[in-house]
Design a protein around this ligand. Structure first.
Ligand code: UDP
Length: 235
């Protein structure tokens, strides 16, 4: 296998499946099966989960809500998703710990870097909920931050698109996919991989990102084994 310790970023929307809102139990089960397959190989798996299927701070702000209040709601949404994912993983027989960046001690452990790393060493999947714990950030930033902190080899950004294209493949049939691209080229071409804060944090710390289609069964395993699927961003 190519990567020993990975940080998997899943958006909240990924959990919706074909629904308009919330969590699709079947999608959750499929993800748990894919994650289970790589833990059995001995890959250490940390996960950052988004909250967009439940609440986004910017959406609240555009409806007149105070942005920080909305972001707090968004962070709690990521904890809800984390609990759902934990439940699905444990149903699949994988020991899992949920650590939250916001204190919610009856529900999740607080984020403690050394504890997280110990869990990983013991073969437990660690889910990081609560984003970075700060408003005005995204879970992409949380994913990069946590990946650097736990010394992950790579960030795997599981999306519903199979990589990075020169234009939006959902809108343009002639869009061309990159197998590999540098951080500089992503910025030069104005491509959207993550928000700028998250992306530059990854670049500065030389942490590669692989964008791939998480909704295709077995893809996660292929990425971990080093098969060339998706798009890899590195220096
Ligand atoms: N959020 C935040 N700080 C963080 C991470 C997330 O305030 O460090 C809030 C923010 O309101 C965001 C919401 O949580 O809109 C859900 O996260 P995100 O939009 O990143 O989820 P995704 O798009 O991955 O589903």
């Amino acid at each position: 296998m190519k990567y020993k310790r990975i940080l998997l970023k899943l958006s909240g929307e990924a959990l919706m499946g074909d629904r308009q809102y919330g969590i699709d139990p079947q999608r959750l089960e499929e993800y748990a099966a894919d994650i289970s397959a790589i833990t059995k190989l001995g890959v250490e798996v940390a996960i950052v989960i988004g909250g967009g299927n439940i609440f986004r701070g910017v959406a609240g702000a555009s409806n007149g809500m105070d942005r920080v209040q909305g972001d707090h709601m968004g962070m709690l949404a990521t904890v809800i998703n984390g609990l759902a994912l934990q439940s699905a993983l444990e149903d699949a027989g994988i020991p899992t710990r949920l650590q939250s960046a916001v204190h919610i001690n009856q529900v999740a452990e607080p984020f403690i870097r050394r504890k997280a790393m110990r869990h990983l060493e013991k073969g437990r999947v660690v889910i990081f909920g609560g984003g970075t714990g700060n408003p005005y950030f995204t879970t992409d930033s949380a994913a990069v931050l946590r990946a650097i902190e736990i010394e992950a080899d790579v960030i795997l950004k599981g999306t519903r698109v199979d990589g990075i294209y020169n234009t939006d493949p959902e809108k343009d049939n002639s869009a061309v996919k990159f197998d590999h691209i540098t951080f500089d080229d992503v910025l030069r071409k104005g491509l959207k991989v993550m928000d700028t804060t998250a992306f530059t944090l990854s670049q500065e710390n030389e942490l590669p990102i692989i964008v791939f289609d998480m909704n295709k069964k077995g893809n996660l395993l292929k990425v971990v084994l080093g098969e060339k699927i998706g798009t890899k961003v590195n220096l």
